[in-house]
Design a protein around this ligand. Structure first.
Ligand code: ZN
Ligand code: ZN
Length: 338
């Protein structure tokens, strides 16, 4: 088969790779129905995360089970499945506590931007849908593999509750789906921080009640002004820079909570500032597997439509253009069809 390989900064190739096959009895082999480019793929694409050798890319996936290893019990060939970007056994103490992305046996999904994928620990990683979905539903189901699950975790970690005021820092796919999550959890007011018109529009569609375009001191001042000088109850941080993290901490009221899911790059926290801010911080790689059954149910019943974050669809062999479009912010998120 042909798959996606990153060779170095801005050098994505779609080239011949070995066909994946079952290696361990706990593996499943799936035929990818749809995959996509992640914001986090842009770190190595831009050369900010260095890679040392040609690296197969992609960790967001859904598709049809082709074959399973002899020990796999919960999924079977022919079923449509979705799994997290980290594989997990779903049985160790961290998994049982709901932190499958810290599984004692976790592995990162390798090379999902391809027509076929081997998924290790299939029983603990994959969740099947009730039946095979319609074509229209597939993009929404695909988002559950990472960005929707991550936005949801940000909202859970930020303790979003009915009627509360929520600020979302970051208008990428995760931030936008954090807005959708906060709305679904009953937030009263959702303030999206965004300065891009197309993203502001989608933010409103997903449930944002207010938009703040300012950043830094100006952004914080605006949030304070909008909350009578108090700050937000819950803040979702979905960027991972010093500026966004500082923005999140300074926008939160004393006693409020921050869910941070942007992978930090060069973020350093000031102990004194944190101490006197009186905020709760919780974040990390989202335990997507914890939320998969409930989120599949919400998509299946048509209650949420997170697939709207895909504003560019390309055939898989044009994956390099998918990266470029996101890198140049011409697209929020690229859907790839094998
Ligand atoms: Zn991702
Ligand atoms: Zn585990």
């Amino acid at each position: 088969m042909k798959g996606t390989v990153l060779y170095g900064p801005r050098d994505v190739r779609f080239e011949e790779l070995a066909d994946p096959k079952i290696i361990k009895p706990t593996d499943a082999l799936i035929k990818i129905s749809a995959t996509c480019v992640c914001g986090s793929d842009l770190w190595p694409f831009r050369g900010i995360n260095k890679i040392t050798r040609p690296t197969p890319m992609g960790h967001e996936y859904c598709g049809i089970v082709q074959e399973t290893g002899s020990e796999v019990k919960t999924v079977k060939p022919g079923q449509f499945v979705i799994g997290s970007f980290f594989v997990s056994d779903n049985t160790c103490p961290h998994c049982r506590a709901g932190y499958q992305s810290s599984c004692q046996n976790r592995e990162l999904i390798p090379g999902a931007q391809a027509p076929f994928l081997r998924v290790p620990l299939a029983d603990g990683t994959l969740v099947a849908t009730p039946e095979n979905p319609s074509k229209e539903m597939i993009p929404s189901l695909l988002t559950l593999s990472d960005v929707m699950g991550t936005g949801w975790f940000a909202a859970v970690a930020a303790d979003v509750k009915p009627g509360k005021t929520v600020v979302v820092v970051g208008d990428g796919a995760v931030g936008l789906l954090g807005i959708l999550s906060a709305k679904q959890m009953g937030a009263g007011r959702i303030i999206a921080m965004s300065r891009h018109e197309t993203r502001q529009k989608l933010a409103r569609e997903f449930g944002a009640t207010d938009i703040v375009a300012g950043r830094g001191d100006e952004g914080v001042a605006r949030i304070k002004e909008m909350t009578k000088g108090i700050g937000a109850d819950s803040v979702l941080e979905a960027v991972g820079t010093q500026e966004s993290m500082t923005q999140a901490i300074r926008s939160t009221r004393p006693g409020g909570s921050i869910g941070f899911v942007g992978v930090p790059h060069g973020v350093e926290l000031d102990g004194q500032q944190l101490f006197f801010s009186h905020v709760r911080l919780h974040g990390g790689p989202a335990p997507v597997r914890r939320f998969l059954p409930d989120l599949i149910d919400l998509v299946w019943k048509g209650k949420i439509n997170p697939g709207k974050v895909f504003d560019l669809t390309l055939p898989l062999d044009q994956v390099a253009e998918g990266y470029r479009a996101m890198d140049e912010r011409r697209a929020i998120k690229t859907l790839l069809m094998p």
